[in-house]
Write a protein that binds this ligand. Structure first.
Ligand SMILES: Nc1nc2c(ncn2[C@@H]2O[C@H](COP(=O)(O)OP(=O)(O)OP(=O)(O)O)[C@@H](O)[C@H]2O)c(=O)[nH]1
Ligand SMILES: [Mg+2]
Length: 359
């Protein structure tokens, strides 16, 4: 299961966002460094199409796709010795993607840390800190592996890749800003770089922020081009997450917020992780499954049950939108919308699948 870490400077609203995304009630406080141990939880990937499909199929139960979230302690400003604490960086290295919370709200009752309320300044500083942390590791490894490579020519390519990356990072630039080959990425793996992981930046704006889009554009201009940037009020989203769905819809409607921004954050994270959703539908349950993008039909079948991968014969496939529009799987079959695919079929986002297998 993919692990996403929520990070940022002190008192930016990380734990509040974690609570909103997971429905949990981890303690928050108006003073910095209130989180000392990571909070762990699961976020449901919002999926209106799955709910529609469950309705047309008459499924008794709905199972959403999920993401594992960690709410991490605040990132401290480096002390005079410089650099972030090793234990903290160790945790970041275990994450497959990061959600960074940037504080853009003023609130005298919970003063901002010295990192302030300018989201652009925070994004720039965080980027530099994380690049510096990776640089330290790569620059330490580079001369050693170069030496090893003189005795073992098989290590030559890896040594070059690591030296290259150390040089790149010395400019304060994240690794993900450059296209690295598969072999280069493999060479980096043991060093568990932080700046290769995709980032979703969340600008935590005041409830009455007049121009959140401008803040989004300003942050976009200073972060990696592949990163997502979302502006939202964590406070409103957290309040909304505690309401019943209908009440929440009413509140967000009144505020002109649509479905709210949490769904956007989760979907951006899901996309950043290179995952796609496929579905199985039936009277018992409508189930969303997660598989990496590029997975074949047998690999996807293996997510449901290992027997289905081992004994895979073929799959019946149709896009969920067409299944819903047709009025259900059987109706979609009658309308010839269901295709038969073999072992080599590469799954597409939103495929509904029925696996034929024998073991
Ligand atoms: N006004 C306002 N207050 C917020 C918002 N988000 C969080 N807060 C408040 O800010 C304080 C800190 O929130 P937390 O969620 O604990 O922040 P954190 O980033 O986890 O803090 P640390 O773990 O101490 O780094 C709490 O008092 C929250 O109620 C917001 O969007 N608007
Ligand atoms: Mg916290």
């Amino acid at each position: 299961m993919a692990r996403l870490g929520i990070v940022g400077f002190p008192n930016t609203g990380k734990t509040s966002l974690f609570n909103a995304l997971t429905g949990l009630g981890a303690p928050t406080a108006p003073h910095p460094f209130s989180t000392t141990e990571p909070n762990v939880g699961v976020a449901k990937v919002p999926d209106p199409m799955l709910e529609e499909a469950a309705r047309v199929e008459g499924s008794k139960k709905i199972v959403h796709a999920t993401l594992d979230l960690l709410d991490l302690p605040a990132m401290a400003k480096p002390g005079h010795g410089g650099g972030l604490a090793g234990a903290y960086l160790g945790r970041l290295r275990e994450m497959e993607a990061l959600i960074v919370v940037l504080r853009a709200f003023e609130d005298p009752s919970c003063p901002a840390d010295e990192s302030g309320t300018d989201p652009v300044a925070q994004a720039e500083e965080l980027t530099l800190e994380l690049a510096a942390a990776d640089h330290e590791v790569f620059a330490r490894r580079a001369p050693r592996i170069a030496k090893e490579a003189t005795a073992d020519p098989a290590k030559k390519a890896a040594a070059e890749a690591i030296a290259d990356a150390a040089e790149w990072l010395s400019g304060g630039v994240p690794l993900r800003d450059r296209d690295w080959s598969e072999a280069e990425r493999d060479a980096f793996r043991d060093l568990a770089p932080i700046t290769l992981a995709p980032v979703v930046w969340v600008v935590n704006v005041a409830e009455d922020e007049p121009r959140p889009e401008e803040l989004v554009e300003a942050v976009k201009a200073v972060v990696s081009s592949g990163d997502s940037v979302v502006a939202l009020s964590v406070k409103i989203e957290e309040e909304g997450s505690r309401l019943e769905p209908e009440e929440r819809a009413e509140l967000f409607e009144a505020l002109g917020l649509g479905e709210g921004a949490l769904a956007t954050v989760v979907r951006a994270a899901y996309g950043a992780l290179g995952l796609l959703t496929f579905y199985t539908l039936g009277p018992k349950e409508a189930h969303a499954w997660t598989v990496r993008r590029g997975a074949t039909a047998p690999e996807a079948a293996g997510k449901i049950h290992s027997d289905m991968e081992r004994g895979f014969i073929r799959a019946e496939i149709a896009p969920i939108g067409e299944v819903v529009a047709a009025g259900g799987w059987d109706a979609a079959k009658r309308a010839n919308l269901v295709r038969v695919e073999g072992r080599d079929y590469v799954m597409a986002e939103g495929d509904v699948m029925v696996v034929r297998f024998s073991v």
